[in-house]
Write a protein that binds this ligand. Sequence first.
Ligand code: NDP
Length: 308
Amino acid sequence: MSILFVAQHREMSPFKSAIEKLDSNMDVEIWPNVEKPERVQFAVAWNHPKNVFNSFPNLQVISSLGAGVDHLFADATIPEHIRFTRVVAPSLSDQMCDYVLGSVLNILQRTETYYDQQKQAEWLPQKAYRKKELTVGVMGLGAIGKKVAERLVLNGFTVAGWSTSKKVIDGVQTYSADELNEFLSQTNILVCLLPLTERTEDILDLDLFKKLKNPAFLINVARGEHLVEEDLIYSLDTDLIQHALLDVFSKEPLPESHPFWGRDKITITPHIASVTDPDEVASLLLDNYKRLLSGMDLMHEADRKKEY
Ligand code: NDP
């Protein structure tokens, strides 16, 4: 039996090597060069082409190469009986904590304003925001969002958090799904770390932005499809939102002609907030593969009903 990696625009050989380093007997294949499709029971996918999984008659589990499984649920060509798992790993949340903390500190220090001023050789000191002036609200308190909220608390921020079911996290004012308005009304810096599902698609819209506390900022590190792009542009133009830091986009790479590129109130990074490390993920993938073969419960299996 074998593990198959299926990805587009991403090099999979480091993942194959990392698994083979842990178990030299493992048979690991990389799509599209699959010698024996009937041997594949476990696949790992990132940005896979539609219909690709129909060629593997004994496939049982597909693991996302990252934390999100939205790309798997979005592919209706994957047979219903196939189970999905995802990556939960310390370095994924640690990188995200660094990214979000760095972004929040840049907002406080008005770093973007100074970048702009430097281009014009302008020496214009601005008033920095104080930590106590701005509350950071984290949408999604899962494997990553919870760690991000904790890191912000550790750094002296006032933090609120929102999730389907109410959580208890030291130092964080938490809210459940039906308390969204209360959560938003005390949030200045909104950090989106939700999974992309039918319920969270387009959640970052004008109606939501209007409910944020002034001054308001957006950090979207989850998925581009959470955001209604024209509502963000309107909100930036009308000062409802002061600045947006975006790592994810509904179309990636972000097309050259996209209006976000030319905006000085938007900071763009190319989906790098947190990147799966081959050596760290190899043991998780191998463990799940072995669990599948021995009929044990899988680690981090996604729930088809919840879509995450
Ligand atoms: P989890 O599945 O562990 O956590 C999801 C959280 O969102 C849970 O707290 C869940 O609530 C909450 N949630 C889900 N649906 C709703 C809803 N409708 N209303 C309110 N809360 C909701 O995900 P992770 O923390 O591992 O990852 C989050 C996302 O981050 C990923 O899906 C991925 O898209 C993105 N990501 C982006 C990366 C990047 O580089 N930009 C890197 C890694 C991840 P409950 O706990 O009650 O179920």
